[in-house]
Design a binder for this molecule. Structure first.
Ligand SMILES: CC(C)(COP(=O)(O)OP(=O)(O)OC[C@H]1O[C@@H](n2cnc3c(N)ncnc32)[C@H](O)[C@@H]1OP(=O)(O)O)[C@@H](O)C(=O)NCCC(=O)NCCS
Length: 144
């Protein structure tokens, strides 16, 4: 668990996958039933939450399989987006993936969220594809 500096109201903690569901649902798939945001392997993953002044502001889920890491279901509360919270959470997640032993990490990124991944040096891998009319691009980064 990270202890936030006195002037930094963001704290990042490992959380239960159950704690991610509401944010995943509200931000990513509000028009779908809650079961749509559950991942079969959720119980095998690492789930991190960024708390802003004590409120769960952003969530992300990390799955590591040997040298391969993947993150999924990255979402920040609408009213707290574009404040740098997601950047802190993603930085933490990439560091955790490397610490756990992954040599690369990938995600299926919504194309309208690509720039945050590009700022971390992630590169497109393959073609744009669609899920429920949302455009995605696989993005990849070597961790060592
Ligand atoms: C993508 C998402 C998780 C990022 O979380 P976030 O907390 O908004 O992330 P940040 O605030 O760190 O960065 C978002 C943007 O705000 C900018 N930003 C960061 N700090 C900022 C600040 N203090 N003031 C203004 N802008 C800032 C970043 O540069 C970034 O811009 P970019 O996307 O053009 O690179 C969030 O926007 C979200 O939930 N989007 C909807 C769901 C979604 O698309 N999820 C990703 C699926 S792949």
């Amino acid at each position: 668990m990270n202890t936030p500096a006195a002037n930094n109201p963001v704290a990042i903690e490992q959380i239960s996958y159950l704690a991610t569901y509401q944010l995943r649902h509200e931000v990513l798939w509000p028009g779908q039933p809650i079961d749509f945001v559950k991942i079969e392997s959720d119980s095998d993953g690492y789930h991190y939450g960024a708390f802003f002044n004590g409120r769960l502001a952003s969530v992300i889920s990390l799955f590591v399989n040997g040298h391969e890491a993947r993150f999924r279901k990255f979402a920040t509360q609408k009213d707290l987006q574009n404040k740098g919270i997601g950047t802190l959470l993603l930085r933490h997640t990439l560091a955790e993936a490397a610490r756990i032993g992954a040599s690369y990490i990938w995600c299926d990124a919504r194309t309208d969220a690509l720039t945050i991944y590009q700022r971390f040096g992630m590169k497109p891998n393959g073609e744009v594809f669609y899920k429920e009319n949302v455009a995605y691009q696989k993005m990849k980064l070597n961790l060592r």
